[in-house]
Ligand binder design. Structure first.
Ligand code: CTP
Ligand code: MG
Length: 234
């Protein structure tokens, strides 16, 4: 069934989905590869569309696959599809340009985090609505982290207590994200990094294990298992 977005919602979600998925191995753009019979992007958009505050979803798709992406998302939810760029940051900037000014909150969410629950979309949006200019969902780091120098020699051990793994969706006041992108020079892997560079405070909220990024082949296997567990829980 096609989801309806909330016409009174105050949130736009940008979905960068134009990456090639090199680390997943051969097989076409990652966002279009199947997980349990459906493209990752379909899983991601279905969950975003189920978040009650969302009024607009903009997908940055592989430029040569725009029509295919529109066709696959048509039965899922109403979305705008724009061509992605050579780097993630360019894909986000292209999607951001399609968001009307009156939408006060903009979230940026990787298609590769296909199983992110709608509740996380809502909690990030709620923190921005509550007054935080920039919000990131995070998890504690479980491994011991070492800094390593030349010749594989350990330089030191980083204090794990102060570290967090960062997920998406990352949420921003619309004007804050627009200014950060306008000022961006080097491509970064996340949008909060641009906002940090501008000296704006970034607030952490609890992330979700379901928001894992599907990056390597093992992640696809883990995601399929998570999908089965989630189906049993519901
Ligand atoms: N992305 C994008 N445009 C790009 C590069 C990445 O929209 N030029 C998107 C990806 O589609 C993904 C998200 O950014 O949803 C996070 O990137 P990543 O996990 O690195 O995906 P890929 O770039 O596809 O994977 P890889 O780096 O292994 O090639
Ligand atoms: Mg990448």
């Amino acid at each position: 069934m096609t989801a309806q977005l909330n016409p009174r919602g105050d949130v736009a979600v940008l979905v960068p989905a134009a990456g090639s998925g090199v680390r997943l191995g051969p097989g076409g753009p990652k966002a279009l590869r199947p997980l349990d019979g459906e493209p990752l992007l379909v899983h991601a958009v279905r969950r975003i569309a189920a978040a009650p505050s969302v009024r607009l979803i903009v997908v940055a798709a592989p430029p040569d696959g725009l029509d295919a992406v529109r066709a696959m998302l048509d039965p899922v939810a109403p979305v705008r599809v724009v061509p992605g760029g050579a780097h993630r940051q360019e894909s986000v900037a292209g999607a951001l340009a399609a968001v009307p000014r009156d939408l006060g909150i903009v979230l940026v969410h990787d298609a590769a985090r296909a199983l992110t629950p709608p509740e996380l979309v809502e909690s990030v949006a709620a923190a921005v609505r509550g007054g935080c200019p920039a919000v990131i969902p995070v998890l504690p780091v479980v491994d011991t982290i070492k800094e390593v120098g030349p010749h594989d020699l350990v330089r030191g051990t980083v204090d794990r207590a102060a570290l967090r793994s960062v997920q998406t969706p990352q949420g921003f006041r619309h004007d804050v994200l627009a200014k950060a992108h306008a000022a961006a020079s080097d491509p970064l892997t996340d949008d909060a990094g641009l906002v940090e560079k501008a000296g704006i405070p970034v607030t952490c909220v609890p992330g979700s294990e379901l928001a894992m990024k599907i990056t390597r082949p093992l992640d696809l296997i883990l995601a399929e298992a998570l999908l089965r567990v989630a189906a049993r829980v519901r």
